[in-house]
Design a protein around this ligand. Structure first.
Ligand code: ADP
Length: 303
């Protein structure tokens, strides 16, 4: 079975549905509340696992009920929790406020995610070495991301970096050995310092990353589709025409699916095409992980 190591974050989303933003000092009643599992690392791991990958999740949770919830969620999704490490801190949480027009205000408390370290990678080294792909995002300390990229290089394991959320102090030189960098337009712009308004500008910025040494640059462009640039090819994948209801977590759906498909087939174009479908399908339903189909249901829609 293809094995993927996701080294990244987990969060608990605490979503209050509000009628309006409270003003300073005001106490406001909200009509509804939902709690959900999230965090970019966890989302990508769950998507990959639902599509049949064997996922090793290296992450840190706190010492609280949110941690118990996150661990139970990994287990329910068939992900081993051997490397879901307890930390004497709060779990990562994201209080989110959604108004009637679906505008979001989000606060991220990284909590235990801030403690995921290079030595945690070493403690899981023997099992990470058995993986065919390492998947990274930027909700953990940047030094840990660099250490994971280096680990992949030393052990000849391809690394996929999703440089999200956009991080101004990420040093391109330290991540250019990645086999895949998968940014959205905003992240691409921050990584290259280049404009990304037009398709030409996006292509030029992606070329800059590729020319810096990144083997494959895959730019997800929301409802504008996906662009893939490698040494040899340049390919555009048009968006699917869907009735979008909630695009949160679409990027994570794309990456989890791509990782799973790539490990199985090693066919990049084919994996992008399927991930484009999987992510488009996820935006037709509300929520993040709740919008990710499992393999059987996805195969019914996309045989
Ligand atoms: P992020 O969530 O990281 O900003 P994107 O918005 O680029 O990621 O979305 C990731 C992928 O999800 C897109 O490349 C596309 O495949 C799919 N997607 C997102 N929004 C839509 C949409 N409105 N219609 C069709 N596909 C979409």
């Amino acid at each position: 079975m293809m094995k993927i190591a996701v080294i990244g974050s987990n969060m608990i989303d605490l979503v209050s549905y509000i009628t309006r933003m409270p003003t300073k000092g005001e106490t406001l009643e909200a009509p509804d509340f939902k709690m959900g599992c999230g965090g970019k690392g966890a989302n990508q791991a769950i998507a990959a696992s639902r599509l049949g990958a064997d996922v090793l999740m290296l992450t840190r949770v706190g010492n609280d009920i949110f941690a118990d919830n996150t661990i139970a969620n990994f287990q329910a999704n068939g992900i081993s929790t051997d490397y879901v490490l307890r930390t004497n801190a709060s779990s990562g949480v994201a209080p989110i406020f959604v108004d009637p027009l679906s505008h979001n205000s989000i606060i991220i408390v990284k909590g235990a995610n801030s403690y995921l370290s290079a030595s945690d990678i070493q403690s899981a080294a023997e099992d990470i070495k058995k993986c065919q792909l390492i998947v990274l995002q930027l909700e953990i300390p940047t030094e840990t991301v660099y250490a994971a990229v280096q680990f992949g290089k030393e052990h000849n394991i391809p690394v996929l970096l999703n440089p999200a959320p956009a991080q101004p102090d990420l040093i391109l030189d330290k991540v250019k050995s990645c086999e895949f960098i998968v940014p959205n337009e905003t992240e691409l712009s921050l990584l290259t310092g280049m404009p990304v308004e037009t398709e030409d500008e996006i292509r030029n910025a992606a070329m800059t990353l590729r020319d810096a040494g990144v083997k494959n640059v895959i730019v997800t462009m929301g409802q504008r589709g996906v662009l893939w640039l490698s040494e040899k090819t340049q390919q555009y994948f048009p968006p699917l025409n869907v009735n979008a209801k909630d695009t949160t977590g679409a990027g994570d759906a794309f990456i989890g699916c791509f990782a799973s498909m790539y490990c199985k087939s090693k066919d990049i174009a084919h994996s992008i095409e399927i991930a484009n479908h999987y992510a488009a399908d996820s935006v037709t339903r509300l929520g993040t992980q709740t919008s990710y189909l499992n393999k059987e249901d996805f195969l019914q829609q996309y045989p």
